[in-house]
Design a protein around this ligand. Sequence first.
Ligand SMILES: Nc1ncnc2c1ncn2[C@@H]1O[C@H](COP(=O)(O)OP(=O)(O)O)[C@@H](O)[C@H]1O
Ligand SMILES: [Mg+2]
Length: 271
Amino acid sequence: MADHGPESVLRFERVVVTFDENPVLRDISFNMRRGETRIILGAAGSGKTVLLKTALGLIRPDSGRVWVFEEDSSDFSEHQWMKLRRRMGMLFQESALFDSLTIEENVAYPLLNQGAPPPPGEVRSRVEEILTFVELEHTLEKFPSELSGGMRRRVGIARAIVTDPPLILYDSPTAGLDPITANTIMELVAKERDTKSATTAIVTHRFQDGELMAKFSYNPGSGKLEPVLRNGTDPVNTVFMVLKEGELVFEGTQAELEQSRDPYVSKFVKH
Ligand SMILES: Nc1ncnc2c1ncn2[C@@H]1O[C@H](COP(=O)(O)OP(=O)(O)O)[C@@H](O)[C@H]1O
Ligand SMILES: [Mg+2]
């Protein structure tokens, strides 16, 4: 069949993941294309983190296929996955920073673990540049324990995006943060998406995180998020999906999500 849409960056085809005979992803299929923002909602334990880790090859499916950048990863060696992961940024749940490394060393980590690391001077300037992007340029020599939760989350984002990956996965970027800090974090996620045209997947339990991504875009001119004006179509191309006990029970636009009659799905919509 002819397919003229943008290229696929992440495709699950009937993916099943089982732990101790417990299915945690049940027959998941979706196709995420370049330029898309995907919001993944679901209750605690519904499989959101497992889904992202499967996308990164950190968990291998029991059956089904994962395609990344149009490559079937089914028979990938760990070495092949490592190469592929250089094109994928990941913010892990709770940031998962290395406690014994400084902020500079944490953010430099993905640069130094590439196939061909840049020269040391370049690493330093890139780390400074990306820490400026998240407004933490004054924390280079500090350790994670010296920063607030919101600042650590920003360091995690800096580490996820320092290599300018075309695909970025964020696991619960706003979890555990107060509403104002959460909003600052989401502004950063949108700023990265809109300045680098990064394809973005976000796991969250906050509907308003998805709404912000769908309804606002970052204007480099004003340095602010601005409402997206549109006539019916969604220019930032946001797709919502909802997981329930490992099953994909909804996939569609924000408007479709808001209209859902399914009690589990509509629980995630803030009216
Ligand atoms: N490494 C693991 N071993 C066994 N069970 C796991 C593992 N990782 C996750 N699970 C189980 O898989 C289910 C989905 O977990 P997870 O994806 O972390 O949920 P969430 O949607 O909260 O991110 C949960 O029941 C969890 O206990
Ligand atoms: Mg999780």
